[in-house]
Design a protein around this ligand. Structure first.
Ligand SMILES: Cc1cc2nc3c(=O)[nH]c(=O)nc-3n(C[C@H](O)[C@H](O)[C@H](O)COP(=O)(O)OP(=O)(O)OC[C@H]3O[C@@H](n4cnc5c(N)ncnc54)[C@H](O)[C@@H]3O)c2cc1C
Length: 510
């Protein structure tokens, strides 16, 4: 059996028969099997938008060979070491899961609830406006990305062994197979709830332990060595502690800093969400409002000039909705999510300015100063509306600094309050956002007719842990801080990769 890699272009609404026919014509046989290796939308010419497919065909009439990407080989042996992992987001889960597969005993402690209880808690919060510390968009089983668009993109162009392992694990847990080959794969929140539950089952079947509603409040130390973790419920002794708390758990950051974990500031981004009717974005990107075989159009915009901060759109959620994503009461933060079919009538994206806090504030800034600065901004947005309603105005009014008079519909469930949004940001950030929005409105027709709302403060962590060469928190023998909260990853995939890499490091060290 030989294999050949071929490239095929098809119209967007193609059927499987058309695909098979085209493959057969390309390899000149009817007897073959095939696997899609890559599928991307080519929308450069609006009058002929097509799918580009890269396909591996196997057939007896072919002679070539194409090596597979080597699989991640997890080194199993019986090990008598216990690792406690704090947080069940992508970083914590994949770290604990790989360690469990490698023969360690692991326990995950998660301050929030299991994903089903969390889902009900979030619905209740959106109905009542009463914040639930244990069940919100930031905390609970699966971490911050459970109620998200579930985009699985990462900056690495080539698929690494770790990324392939993560994607395959998602597929085994019920994710659509297409995530293995789409250039912009996404899961959607409806799939994620089921996947997170199935991942938990797989982990428990391998002998892992997970404790919900249990929060790491302290680490028990003897000099530079962690002896265990003090939770709100018990003392857990442990040979190694891996913290994967995400970047919203400021109480956990503060506890770690108090214990001497070296944490410094880093660049991050601040801004708002913009929202438009999805059909406006479709028309701008495709020239038409619907395209068979494609769910909803996306965009990605960047802006930079010598006088402004760099501004970019981030975490675009086509056919999605905007959600209140704070981790603590009285903090007003927005983020975006969508379901798998991306069929809501709204498109939203973060529009954020990259910030170096020391340059912005023109003074030295410690990690604690950075946390306080972000928290203050998040609280000020809540103070402005007096609730989880989001301050909002039209993009046009934001650009022109006009008094807001907003009557547009939104997907945001907690309501909007007319606000001179520009005034709620430090001037340099607001001016940079306004400049960028002006340019974006030239790039996407009708962009300035959309709305801009809320505070997007959690695109990445404002702080970063200092590590030694073996990924440990510098100065500690058996303490790790990983994932988005460590400041070394951002997003589901890169955080999960952090988890896998840390588990491999522990396989070597312990
Ligand atoms: C609404 C929303 C949409 C998003 N959309 C996308 C997307 O489409 N694609 C993408 O790549 N990324 C997205 N992200 C970002 C992504 O979710 C994060 O980058 C990713 O989840 C980080 O993984 P993590 O494991 O490092 O941390 P998290 O996922 O934040 O997980 C940390 C976990 O630790 C728990 N925890 C914290 N402190 C403690 C403690 N002291 N004790 C016990 N447990 C604790 C928390 O409850 C949480 O479950 C989105 C985020 C949000 C909020």
């Amino acid at each position: 059996m030989g294999r050949k890699r071929i490239e095929i272009t098809l119209h967007t609404g193609y059927s499987e028969q058309e695909l098979i026919k085209k493959i057969g014509r390309s390899v000149q046989t009817d007897s073959f099997s095939y696997r899609i290796e890559k599928k991307s939308l080519d929308a450069r010419k609006k009058d002929s938008i097509t799918w580009k497919l890269r396909i591996i065909v196997s057939s007896n009439s072919l002679t070539g060979e194409i090596p597979d990407i080597p699989a991640l080989s997890i080194p199993y042996k019986k090990r008598n070491k216990h690792v406690t992992v704090v947080g069940s987001g992508p970083a914590g889960f994949f770290c604990a899961y790989v360690l469990q597969l490698a023969g360690f005993k692991t326990t995950i402690i998660e301050r929030g609830s299991d994903v089903v209880t969390r889902n009900s808690g979030i619905k209740e919060f959106e109905k009542s406006g009463i914040f639930d510390l244990q069940n919100n968009y930031a905390f609970g089983e699966g971490g911050a990305g459970t109620f998200s668009d579930g985009k699985l993109t990462s900056r690495t162009k080539n698929i690494t062994k770790e990324k392939l392992f993560i994607l395959q694990t998602y597929v085994q847990a019920g994710a659509p197979e297409e995530i293995l080959y789409m250039t912009h794969p996404h899961l959607g929140s409806d799939n994620l709830i089921r996947i997170v539950k199935n991942l938990r089952t797989a982990y428990l079947e391998k002998g892992g332990t997970i404790r919900f509603g249990e929060q790491a409040d302290d680490i028990l130390l003897a000099g530079d060595t962690v002896l265990g973790i003090q939770t709100n419920i018990r003392e857990l002794s442990s040979d190694t502690a891996v913290f994967a708390p995400g970047h919203s758990a400021y109480d956990t950051y503060r506890m770690l800093m108090k214990k001497g974990v070296p944490i410094r500031t880093k660049n991050f981004a601040i801004g708002s969400r913009v929202e438009h009717p999805q059909r406006l974005i479709n028309r701008a990107q495709w020239g038409v409002e619907t395209l068979p075989g494609v769910k909803a159009a996306e965009y990605r915009l960047t802006y930079h000039n010598d006088t402004s901060l760099p501004v970019y759109t981030f975490c675009m959620c086509p056919g999605g909705r905007i959600v209140p994503a704070g981790a603590f009461p009285d903090l007003n933060i927005v983020n975006g999510m969508s379901l798998y079919n991306r069929s809501s009538p709204f498109a939203n994206a973060a529009c954020v300015a990259g910030v170096n806090l020391e340059t912005l504030l023109e003074k030295e800034v410690s990690a604690e100063d950075a946390l306080r600065w972000v928290e203050h901004l998040e609280r000020s947005f809540h103070t402005y509306t007096g609730s989880y309603a989001a301050p909002a105005c039209s993009i046009r009014d934001f650009i022109r600094r006009k008094d807001p008079d907003l009557k547009t519909a939104t997907s945001y469930p907690m309501g909007l309050k007319n606000a001179p949004l520009r005034e709620l940001f430090p001037e340099r950030i607001a001016d940079s956002l306004a400049q960028a929005l002006t340019v974006f409105s030239r790039k996407i027709r009708g962009f300035d007719s959309g709305i801009i709302l809320g505070l997007e403060s959690k695109t990445s962590a404002p702080v970063q842990v200092i590590r030694d060469t073996e990924r440990r928190c510098a100065g500690f023998k058996n303490l790790y801080l990983i994932g988005e909260g460590s400041g070394y990853s951002g997003g589901i995939i890169s955080s999960a990769v952090e988890g896998v890499k840390t588990a491999f490091q522990l396989c070597e060290t312990l």
